[in-house]
Design a protein around this ligand. Structure first.
Ligand code: PLP
Length: 383
């Protein structure tokens, strides 16, 4: 038998040599709390609305879709305006296949070879992965011990590194920490003292947060981009829809790098069908915050360290070797996320029954293994 060749034996770019593919394990277990989705399936009314929109497209599938997704962007702008109270129009909104594609398009337009992207870690590891994939360098600045971003440290780092693209994730994945608007405004000032600097605020979890959205800072800040997704609060991860709000000039810049017809007619129609029922889709948000708070209290009751969360997940620590706890939970049918942060694990708020299953499994694991040992957070890369 001839041994299978590996990708590293091909003449691939040096940046992707020896690296693994990103991805949380997709295991078939009863309780999956590892990818921060909203666990509630769409309602019958949402399914009907999406079906009608899709049916309306099927007779036209021989044609390419609207390249600029104007109808969908108009609907997203209306949703953002009503959610934030800031008037946003279609020309200042762009949509793509998940906010990961949004981030990639931003880096294609504003990053690239010879340019540096920066983030405050632990944070969403796709920021550095997409940066490197687009030929940008990536510099990680550590957060405080309570996972906050100190504006003075941040501005000093920006001034020293002169990044082209700065990512601020708020609420931050995997810690749940929100960043206040004053800090974001200060970082924007510093980023834009560099003539090539843009600031990207990744608000994938904004609907769960009590901290106001950076959308309210857009006016007069043409190099601020606020990225959002329908994958989390909107319970629409399977459809792959992300978007951003920014100055219309940013949208014009993205049009120069995006693939033509990147967003299928099916995706555009499905997203519009879902957005017509935004309040219905978002109705689980309140319930999920209740489940999140149950997790926070349950973990504290077990003597664990818990980062305050403004999102639909919780980072809990003081676990000693977190890989042992991860496996012990999995053995009890509960899948959580090891983000590569020593002593910590992240769990998504699930349905009430899933959350109960997690808390019971964790109680049993901590009792059986007696492994709760307080550790200090260390700034390892998170996934
Ligand atoms: C989940 C997530 C995204 C991307 O999700 P998409 O499904 O690609 O929209 C982006 N940023 C953060 C911080 C996330 O957690």
């Amino acid at each position: 038998m001839i041994a299978r060749m590996t990708a590293d034996e091909l003449p691939i770019r040096p940046e992707i040599r020896g690296v693994g593919a990103y991805g949380a394990p997709q295991l078939d277990v009863a309780v999956r709390l590892n990818t921060n989705e909203n666990p509630f399936p769409p309602s019958a009314a949402v399914i009907e609305s999406i079906s009608e929109m899709l049916a309306g497209e099927l007779g036209g599938l021989q044609r390419y879709p609207d390249r600029d997704a104007v109808a969908l962007r108009t609907d997203l702008a209306a949703y953002l305006s009503s959610a934030t109270g800031v008037s946003i129009d279609c020309d200042g909104v762009w949509a793509a296949n998940g906010s990961n594609e949004i981030l990639q398009q931003i880096l294609q337009a504003f990053g690239g070879p010879g340019r540096i992207a920066m983030g405050f870690e632990p944070s969403y590891s796709m920021h550095s992965i997409i940066a490197r994939g687009t030929g940008s360098d990536f510099v990680a600045i550590p957060r405080d011990t309570d996972f906050a971003i100190d504006p003075v440290t941040a501005c000093e780092a920006i001034s020293a590194v002169q990044p082209a693209v700065v990512f601020v994730c708020s609420p931050n994945n995997p810690t749940g920490t929100a960043v206040d608007l004053e800090t974001i405004a200060r970082i924007y000032e510093e980023v834009t003292t560099n003539e090539i600097g843009v600031l990207v605020v990744d608000e994938a979890y904004a609907e769960f947060s009590n901290t106001p959205s950076a959308v309210s800072l857009l006016a007069g800040r043409p190099r601020l981009i606020v990225s959002r997704t329908m994958s989390k609060a909107f319970a629409f991860a399977g459809a792959r829809v992300g978007y951003f709000a920014a100055d219309p000039a940013v949208v014009e810049a993205i049009l120069r790098v995006r693939l033509p017809y990147h967003l299928s007619a099916i995706t555009q129609a499905a997203a519009r069908g879902a957005l017509a029922h935004a309040p219905d889709l978002l109705s689980a948000v309140t319930e999920l915050k209740v489940q999140r708070d149950r997790i926070v209290e349950g973990c504290r009751h077990l003597g664990l360290r818990v980062a305050d969360s403004d999102a639909n997940f919780v980072l809990f620590g003081g676990l000693g070797d977190q890989t042992v706890i991860w496996q012990a939970l999995l053995d009890r049918g509960v899948l959580v996320r090891d983000v590569g942060l020593a002593g910590w694990l992240r769990v998504t708020a699930g349905t009430p029954a899933e959350t109960t299953a997690f808390l019971e499994a964790l109680t049993e694991v901590i009792g059986t293994l007696s492994v709760a040992v307080a550790t200090e957070p260390v700034g390892q890369e998170s996934r």
